[in-house]
Design a protein around this ligand. Sequence first.
Ligand code: ADP
Ligand code: MG
Length: 528
Amino acid sequence: MAKIFGIDLGTTYSCIAYVNDYGMPEVISNKESSPVTPSVVAFEEGGAVSVGNAAKETLNSDPQNVCTTIKRQMGKRDFMFNAFGTDYTPETISALILKKLAKDAGEVLKEEVKDVVITCPAYFGLDERNATEKAGQIAGFNVLAVLNEPTAAAISYGMQVDNPQTVMVYDLGGGTFDVTIIKVENGKIRVVATGGDHELGGKDWDEVIRQYVIEKYCEATGDSEDSIYDDMEAMGDLELKAETAKKLLTQKDKAVVKLNGEKIEISREQFDEKTGALLESTIKKTHETMEDAAKKGVASYDKILLVGGSTRMPQVDARLRQEFPNIPIEFCDPDQSVAKGAAIYGINKAVFIFEEGEDKKAIQSNPIFQFGSGKGKALEIVNVISQSIAVRLRCEDKQMHIVNQIYKNTEIPCQQVLYAGTDEANQITVHIEIFENSSAERYVEEEQCKPLVDGELGPLPANLPANAPINVVFNIDESGLLSIDAEYKPDGAAEASVKKHLEVNLQNALTQKEFEEEMKKVSGLRVQ
Ligand code: ADP
Ligand code: MG
């Protein structure tokens, strides 16, 4: 029977879920009996690859062959992880994590994992989303969708509510921070605004402990700090110990880290004080996103949902209570809600995209469509675009500027038409440059932009005056994919128009050839 899987491919931990025969989302534990699997990949000589806890443990014995936090590299072209003479792309490393999740889940359910929805942070741009999808394909999946993590968490939560609510999802994971404002109604989920910080997560809290331990250790022993920072094994070992100590501080008032026999104690108070600036920066981002939502009419909140493993730290709840005393705060299954929401989304999506047949019938018979938010029909999800789209134009000041046309947090699908004109008389072609950026301002600096399109419209008819009409039509579909058409469109019907579809060129995407090479590399590895 066809099952659809939801996969939370996290920076530090990953998780896989499906909707069971009772219509309930359920996480499938890995072979080590844990519902979450560390997103850590360790290569061994001879092609064996371990993923998860075993790989994480290898950090203190063979750190150079262990890859962690690969998600921070997704969509980047210049990163390769080298192990035993072979280079692996971020897509491939991620594929190995996905393979481990799929292998273990497949053994439990006695069914191959094939159709999946994979989640990513809301602020991932087109390159990162493409890399996420490619990772799934390298792992051998049919990727039905790449879904925003907070949307997935809201779907899980939305299953349990009947009355319309405005919720803020505060997701502090291992490597990323995401804040998303969502309206949840019966069977309907509408994302209003999204923001966050790519480079902020529990790992940074770990790092504060690691630095503190090194400082105190050196104070006590007289060793130089550099000698420890240069020792990869010691640093790998301390990374594990720092995370363990941090988790202990969630439960207890103090924790002890042992380094070369020396015991270094850290209290929760010290920890909270030293990590205060990190926490403050999440509050700042939260306010920025609330301002975006306010512009779209959101004036009050029914709930703050805490998602992500790092929201377990008592400082998070305490600080949010202080900042937002009137909004109830709720833990939303911090480790599992994203994977569960992705599974629910997947089964809803499959109803639309599967052809009529046994698989579709089996999916439609799942009781999830009979109760909860579904109430007999598929969920409706309205998303927003997470990055702004801009074009290079000559402006009123006669200078060329990069000008936003579609602003981030615009509901998708959407269409926008730019009515522009040729720059000079007798222009034969028009050069069109389109960029992605995270700015909400009209004018954007080039350094903030990632090029998406560098194309040409032409040949135009001869002898055109300056400012001959050129339209650029931007279309963004429901999954956030952009397509662009440029057109010379004269008023009089006598002249024929000149039209061109412009390819969005994801600079960092794997080519078909590279994709095949990566597939080959993976087939030569044994994931365990
Ligand atoms: P991601 O999706 O970014 O991988 P997760 O949402 O799975 O992240 O959260 C992982 C982070 O949560 C890690 O940094 C981990 O150390 C932290 N974490 C997990 N449990 C606890 C805990 N009990 N106390 C503090 N931090 C925790
Ligand atoms: Mg996460």
